[in-house]
Design a protein around this ligand. Structure first.
Ligand code: ATP
Length: 242
């Protein structure tokens, strides 16, 4: 993959092993400013491993740059300070802390910028009046939104979203996805991992499909037929397809 001059996040040659298992094989990826890119793939395809590797949670061969700076050797903490911020699968909130306290955790290590507690409350109006409620008392959808708020106050340049729709009711997933364009308007790029291909294709300008740790298809959603994407997702050949 040729690195485009305007790319913000660039990963090349990512190979990641979990013990004996190679979870990623020579994966490359690019995200440009203001862009929403989706990584899709079946269970175990390596999507979370890819996101966690970008966030600095797995050792990798290869190279990761953010706005031209090589961040491959940096800790997760240092990557957050540079604007690479992840909303992990399963939300990972502090259950005994309030909504407000959970969000402020995100601000403690982040960059300064336009996103603060107030701006998050403006975006998710219901939170303001419930700011002192414990995370423990929230529904799954509410927890997911708090986890997104926690990431936003770190003022990401690239926001990494890992399976934000997992375990949530479709109506809640719809609400969360409808908020994504607002984030992109504030000049943030989003890289999201999603098992629901249809959902991902509706919002992404580009996508990348993984299968057993390898990229099987990449491009704009309109570049491929439903059958081609399905073949790349499940790993069967299509006639004349890639
Ligand atoms: N910490 C780990 N130790 C050992 N193997 C792991 C670990 N994390 C992931 N794996 C394995 O690596 C492969 C890729 O897993 P990964 O979680 O990245 O896939 P995924 O596409 O995100 O799938 P899912 O949607 O199920 O989370 C799988 O075979 C998984 O079992």
């Amino acid at each position: 993959m040729t690195s485009r001059p305007d790319a913000l996040l660039v990963a090349e040659g990512l190979t990641v092993r979990h013990g004996q298992l190679t979870a990623l094989h020579d994966v490359a990826l690019q995200v440009r400013p203001g862009e929403l890119v989706a990584v899709v793939g079946a269970n175990g395809a390596g999507k979370s491993t890819l996101l966690r590797t970008l966030a600095g949670l797995h050792h990798t061969s290869g190279r990761i740059t953010l706005d031209g700076e090589d961040i491959t050797g940096l800790s997760p903490h240092q990557r957050v300070q540079r604007g690479l911020v992840m909303v992990p699968e399963g939300r990972r909130l502090f259950r005994s802390l309030s909504i407000e306290e959970n969000i402020l955790v995100g601000a403690s290590n982040g960059r300064s910028g336009e996103w603060d507690l107030d701006r998050v409350f403006d975006l998710f109006g219901w939170m303001r009046g419930r700011r002192h409620e414990k995370a423990d008392h929230l529904s799954g959808g509410e927890q997911q939104v708090v986890a997104i708020g926690r990431a936003l106050v770190a003022n990401p340049r690239v926001l990494l979203l890992d399976e934000i729709s997992l375990g949530l009711a479709p109506v809640v997933v719809g609400q969360i996805y409808r908020m994504l364009p607002t984030l992109l308007r504030s000049d943030m790029a989003v890289l999201l991992v999603e098992q629901d291909v249809a959902q991902a294709m509706r919002v992404a300008v580009r996508f990348q499909c993984l299968l057993e740790g390898r990229t099987t298809l990449a491009g704009a959603p309109d570049d491929y037929s439903h059958e081609q994407v399905e073949a790349a997702y499940f790993g069967f050949a299509t006639e004349g397809g890639s």
